[in-house]
Design a protein around this ligand. Structure first.
Ligand code: SAH
Length: 243
């Protein structure tokens, strides 16, 4: 069944009035008909099965026939700090890491990130949010991962009280398994992962992160491309936590 996130105020009593963009998708792109059912997500943790009653270019609406609680969400809130890179690669990471289970994305400007211009990044936010939403719809998430504002690495290293992990190819001892197996269940509820750009982190950046309490972790003896590291690390953290 097709799945759509819509604003919660599009749902009134047991009726759904689809917003224009979703209505266009249902009517013109997917060519669905009255009587067919879709899944509607309110991004508050509910999944509604909705039978379409009206499908037209003016109004598309339906009746709620079932409500399910939250599905497809990991218990651990995983914040993914991704250094900025070429557009296609960055967008690929947003899509794939939504599928593997990240809960929020924070674009990062570091000394070697391929993108250094903040204004350029801010222009992309709407497009990136759309990519994340479509991936969340496609893979069966109940909540859309949040895209947070871009930060400089110096701000990132100071941030957060969760378990913070910097993926660093020059760390030769601590694996993700080791870093995570020591955690107590309360601490496992929020984990932050920081992935470096193609050129890696500078030694000063790694030093600053470690001084601020980030734990250096290895993904093994082979150096992965940043986009591979992002997907693998996200999947392995949730695997290690049994999610
Ligand atoms: N500068 C390095 C490669 C950077 S790879 C070089 O060219 O030698 C890009 C990012 O992926 C790194 O900053 C790191 O965050 C992550 N990464 C890649 N391989 C890794 C590994 N084996 N262990 C931990 N992190 C890794």
């Amino acid at each position: 069944m097709h799945r759509f996130f819509i604003p919660p105020d599009s749902i009134q009593a047991n009726q759904v009035l689809f917003p224009l963009e979703t209505a266009h998708q249902i009517y013109s792109v997917l060519r669905l008909h009255p009587g067919q059912a879709v899944v509607v997500l309110d991004n508050l943790g509910h999944a509604y099965t909705v039978q379409l009653t009206q499908v037209s270019d003016k109004t598309t609406s339906g009746n709620i026939i079932d409500v399910q609680p939250i599905l497809g969400e990991p218990a651990c809130h995983l914040n993914l700090y991704l250094c900025l890179t070429q557009r296609e690669k960055f967008e690929w990471m947003l899509q794939k890491c939504t599928e593997t289970g990240a809960s929020s994305f924070i674009p990062v400007i570091s000394s070697r990130s391929l993108v250094q211009n903040l204004a350029e990044v801010n222009k992309k936010a709407t497009r990136w949010e759309k990519i994340i939403q479509e991936a969340a719809e496609q893979c069966g998430r109940s909540l859309i991962p949040e895209l947070k504002p871009v930060l400089n690495l110096a701000q990132v290293v100071q941030q957060g009280h969760s378990t913070r992990i910097i993926l660093w190819e020059e760390e030769h001892f601590t694996s993700l398994h080791q870093a995570l197996s020591a955690l107590s269940p309360e601490v496992e509820q929020e984990i932050s992962l920081l992935i470096g750009p193609e050129g890696g982190f500078s030694p000063e950046e790694v030093r600053a992160a470690l001084q601020s309490g980030w734990k250096p972790v290895s993904l093994g003896p082979r150096i992965l491309r940043m986009e591979t590291a992002a997907v693998v690390a996200t999947a392995l953290v949730l695997y290690e936590l049994g999610q």
